[in-house]
Ligand binder design. Structure first.
Ligand SMILES: [Zn+2]
Length: 311
């Protein structure tokens, strides 16, 4: 195996390819990223683990799609679970910045698993390239099919992207990890191999990959894990990308949101409560706008309204 020097596998995303085959993969481990994203939220254990798996999945997909911008994965349902949402931003420096949150109603116990809480579930994937070259945002919505997050994503990739993909995800409450293996479609397959050979290779690699355990995914350094799973294959491992928790909320973004409520609504809240208080669902940061701050929000709106009238 040709590899870079081993690095600490915590909070990294690492891409690898099986040389001379159309098969490639990614491995991710989220430890501090996971803890910082979720430790300030009081989540039932089952939902916390599900959100960890979804975070790992978002990093694997963001790396696969090699996009710069935001990838948002959401599971929405009409059951006790209302929403799981994970946002993964890939930066120009190749690092992955992530945040996540969940909404539910009623009493959800630690033991309940995600799929017991879902009714009429939908899986929504949003790609927002945030580029200046005019690339459009894309949103795909599919019904939730499968009894695990990995099955839902595999179905999505096969149906919407027509790409054979296998995904393994796990979360032990302290960290989340995952592996993705993918067979590139023929058009992007640079290697001239007979199709049967490709298909044999794919089946063999999937079989080897399927022997992975949660313990191995969570605890083994990337290189050790790949050697253990694929020791007879020619695997090339690329340099690791860092992952980290980052919430992009700010006082300005909260102010913008409040302005959209309109003067009447804002005045009503101030009269009733004295202050306007907003909590960020992702990082739990608390924003307070007192009477003076609120008046400034409204002044700005008046100025905008006036200048619109002039034109
Ligand atoms: Zn925030």
């Amino acid at each position: 195996m040709k590899t870079h020097l081993p690095t600490n596998h915590h909070d990294t995303l690492q891409r690898f390819v099986f040389e001379n085959t159309p098969v490639r993969g990614n491995l991710v481990n989220l430890t501090q990223t996971f803890q910082q994203a979720l430790n300030q939220q009081q989540l039932p254990q089952g939902l916390r683990s599900a959100l960890g798996e979804l975070m790992a999945a978002s990093a694997l997909l963001a790396a696969t799609l090699k996009m710069h911008g935001a990838l948002v994965l959401q599971i929405q349902s009409k059951g006790a679970l209302k929403l799981l949402v994970v946002e993964c931003n890939s930066d120009v420096d190749q690092s992955l910045k992530m945040r996540a949150t969940a909404k539910w109603s009623g009493n959800v116990t630690d033991e309940q698993n995600l799929f017991e809480l879902i009714e009429h579930g939908q899986f929504i994937i949003t790609l927002d390239p945030k580029s200046e070259d005019g690339s459009q945002a894309y949103q795909g919505i599919v019904p939730l099919e499968g009894d695990s997050i990995s099955a839902v994503l595999e179905n999505y990739m096969l149906r919407s992207e027509q790409i054979d993909t296998k995904i393994w995800l796990c979360c032990d409450g302290d960290s989340a990890a995952g592996m993705l293996i993918q067979k590139l479609p023929e058009s992007t397959n640079q290697v001239t191999q007979p199709q049967t050979q490709d298909s044999d290779t794919w089946n063999r690699i999937c079989y080897l990959a399927s022997t992975v355990t949660d313990d191995e995914l969570l605890n083994l350094p990337t290189e050790t894990l790949l050697t253990r799973l694929f020791n007879k294959e020619d695997v090339r491992l690329f340099e690791a990308n860092a992952t980290q928790f980052h919430c992009r909320c700010s006082r300005e973004s909260v102010a913008d949101m409040l302005r959209m409520l309109g003067n009447e609504e804002l005045t009503g809240i101030i009269e009733e409560l004295g202050n306007i208080e907003v909590n960020c669902d992702f990082c739990n940061k608390h924003y307070v706008f007192d009477k003076v701050d609120a008046a400034q929000l409204m002044v700005t709106e008046t100025v905008i309204a006036t200048s619109l009238k002039i034109h």
